[in-house]
Design a protein around this ligand. Structure first.
Ligand SMILES: CC(C)(COP(=O)(O)OP(=O)(O)OC[C@H]1O[C@@H](n2cnc3c(N)ncnc32)[C@H](O)[C@@H]1OP(=O)(O)O)[C@@H](O)C(=O)NCCC(=O)NCCS
Length: 165
């Protein structure tokens, strides 16, 4: 089912909803202070994906990434549990690629828990490949390794055009 998703820059007013999703998604979740710092940081970009639920617009997901000259680093992406597998994270990733490309980034990187099969599938479906491993990267909680994933943004655009998406 294709649902209508509105993607916009995250604002302070969004933080209550964002924090509720964040707390339900990660063993070590970001605090309000961390999100506030990200909203202030000049290299940081923060998006929310909103959908109309019938009771008004609600935040279904969000993403945080940094634009460092030539590179986009994806640091956080999450979707509300009851709104998953509807293409919302894919729409956020597509928006990140477009905005990163506009800002001159040529490649993207991220770290993902080795056990996070859903996220790894999402990234692979969106053109990322596994390029390496950071052992014990998540040492503060599960102590598991991170997979380092990488995407060439120009190739990502070429494939999108070929597929007409
Ligand atoms: C990972 C996450 C962001 C995916 O969000 P989503 O909106 O459900 O993702 P999408 O609907 O865009 O999924 C796109 C594709 O990714 C893959 N995918 C997504 N979730 C998956 C899962 N749980 N299991 C297997 N494949 C999955 C599928 O190929 C899916 O396409 P399909 O539904 O047509 O099969 C969401 O599950 C989430 O918030 N998880 C907790 C937070 C998290 O782990 N974030 C990533 C940190 S690195």
């Amino acid at each position: 089912m294709d649902i209508s998703v509105e993607i916009s820059p995250m604002k302070m007013d969004d933080l209550d909803e964002v924090l509720a999703i964040e707390a339900s998604c990660f063993p070590s979740s970001w605090s309000r202070g961390v999100f506030m710092r990200e909203l202030w940081l000049s290299i940081s970009r923060n998006l929310v994906a909103k959908i109309e639920t019938g009771m008004g617009k609600e935040i279904a997901g969000y993403a945080n990434y940094w634009i460092i000259p030539a590179e986009v680093q994806l640091h956080n992406i999450a979707v509300r549990k009851d709104m998953r597998r509807k293409g919302i994270a894919s729409k956020l990733v597509a928006e990140i690629m477009k905005s990163a490309h506009k800002e001159g980034a040529s490649w993207g990187t991220l770290e993902v828990r080795r056990s996070n099969e859903g996220a790894i599938s999402l990234y692979k479906k969106n053109g990322f490949v596994v390029e390496g491993v950071r052992p014990f990267y998540y040492y503060t909680d599960t102590r598991e390794d991170a997979l380092i994933m990488w995407v060439n943004i120009n190739e990502w655009f070429m494939k999108r055009n070929n597929y007409g998406t």
